[in-house]
Design a protein around this ligand. Structure first.
Ligand SMILES: Nc1ncnc2c1ncn2[C@@H]1O[C@H](COP(=O)(O)OP(=O)(O)OP(=O)(O)O)[C@@H](O)[C@H]1O
Length: 273
C-alpha cells in the first residue's frame, strides 16, 4: 500500500523526441523510498521530460528506470502507473469529473472497490485535503488552489507510492501556494510517499531533502537545498531566487554584518552561509 514510498533507480537513461535532438543523456540517479527530491534547471533542460519518464508517460530510448526494483517498461507500465501520481501545472486540465466527489472517485473506479469503501475513501481524502465541504461542487465554482487540492486528493486516494509535482504551484496565488506547500510537507512527514517536485519556488525546494540540477541533458549537480542556495552561479543558471532570509544572510555577510540573533536560520545547512 505504499506505506514507505517507492524507490527509483535510474541507470543511463537517455531520451530524445527527435533523434537529432537528444534531451536527456545517460542519467544515473537513485531516489530512495520516502525521500523528496526537487528537480531544477534552466528552461528547456528536460525537467518535464524526466518527470514523464519517471511517471511512465514516456518510454526511455536507452537505459532503465526501476521502480522498487521493477523496470518501468511496456510490460509493467499498466501495473505501475496507478502507483505513481502526477500533479501538473494547470488546475483546469486535471479535472475529469462533473463534481469534486466524482473527480476523486474517478481514479478509484477501475479498482473494483466495494461502493461503500469507495465513498469512505473519497470522504477520507477530501477531509485530509480540507475540501470535504466542496464535494458536491462543480469545477467552475472552485478557485485554482481548491482545484489543485482536488487534484492532489484524487491522486492520494489511489494510495500511490510516488507523487510527482510538475510546477504544481506555479499558477497559484501566494496563499494557495503556501497551502499546497503545507500539504507537501505533511506528505513528506507521513513517510508514505516518495516525492519529486519540479519547481521554481524557493520554499518548496527548501522543504525538500535534495535538489537535482539538470543541465546539458544530464545531472549537473545533486546537492542539498542549502548548498544550492549558496551556489550563486547555479541559482542564476536555474533562474532561482533564494528565500528572503537566506538572501538577507548573504547580503549581511557580504557587508560584514553579523546575522542578528533571534531572526532564525533556514535549516542547519545554512549555518555557515
Ligand atoms: N512533445 C515534444 N516534442 C518535441 N520536443 C519537445 C516536446 N516536449 C518538449 N520538447 C523539447 O524537449 C526539451 C526539454 O523540454 P522540457 O519541457 O522537458 O524542459 P523543461 O526543463 O521542463 O522546460 P521548462 O522549464 O521550460 O518547463 C526542450 O527543448 C523542448 O522544446
Amino acid at each position: 500500500m505504499g506505506e514507505t514510498g517507492m524507490a527509483y533507480e535510474l541507470r543511463e537513461v537517455s531520451f530524445a523526441y527527435h533523434p537529432a535532438h537528444p534531451v536527456l543523456h545517460e542519467i544515473t540517479l537513485s531516489i530512495p523510498s520516502g525521500s523528496w527530491v526537487s528537480l531544477v534547471g534552466p528552461n528547456g533542460c528536460g525537467k518535464s521530460t524526466l518527470a514523464k519518464l519517471l511517471g511512465g508517460l514516456l518510454a526511455v530510448n536507452g537505459g532503465t528506470v526501476d521502480v522498487e526494483g521493477t523496470p518501468l517498461n511496456r510490460d509493467t507500465v499498466q501495473r505501475l502507473r496507478p502507483r505513481i501520481g502526477m500533479v501538473f501545472q494547470n488546475p483546469d486540465n486535471q479535472f475529469i469529473g462533473a463534481t469534486v466527489e466524482e473527480d476523486i472517485a474517478f481514479g478509484l473506479e477501475g479498482r473494483n472497490l466495494p461502493r461503500e469503501e469507495m465513498v469512505t475513501r473519497v470522504r477520507e481524502y477530501a477531509d485530509k485535503l480540507q475540501i470535504g465541504h466542496l464535494l458536491p461542487k462543480h469545477p467552475a465554482e472552485l478557485s485554482g488552489g481548491q482545484k489543485q487540492r482536488v487534484a492532489v486528493a484524487s491522486i492520494l486516494a489511489m494510495e500511490p507510492g510516488i507523487v510527482i509535482f510538475d510546477e504544481a504551484s506555479s499558477m497559484l496565488d501566494e496563499k494557495a501556494r503556501g497551502e499546497l506547500l503545507a500539504i507537501l510537507r505533511e506528505m513528506k512527514q507521513s513517510g508514505r510517499y516518495t516525492m519529486v517536485s519540479i519547481t521554481h519556488d524557493a520554499d518548496e525546494i527548501l522543504a525538500s531533502d535534495r535538489a537535482i540540477v539538470l543541465g546539458g541533458g544530464t545531472v549537473a549537480a545533486d546537492l542539498t537545498p542549502g548548498e544550492l542556495f549558496r551556489n550563486e552561479t547555479l541559482m542564476a543558471d536555474c533562474r532561482l531566487i533564494a528565500p528572503y532570509r537566506i538572501r538577507l544572510q548573504q547580503e549581511l555577510k557580504r557587508r560584514g554584518v553579523p546575522f542578528p540573533v533571534g531572526l532564525g536560520r533556514v535549516g542547519d545547512e545554512e549555518a555557515d552561509l
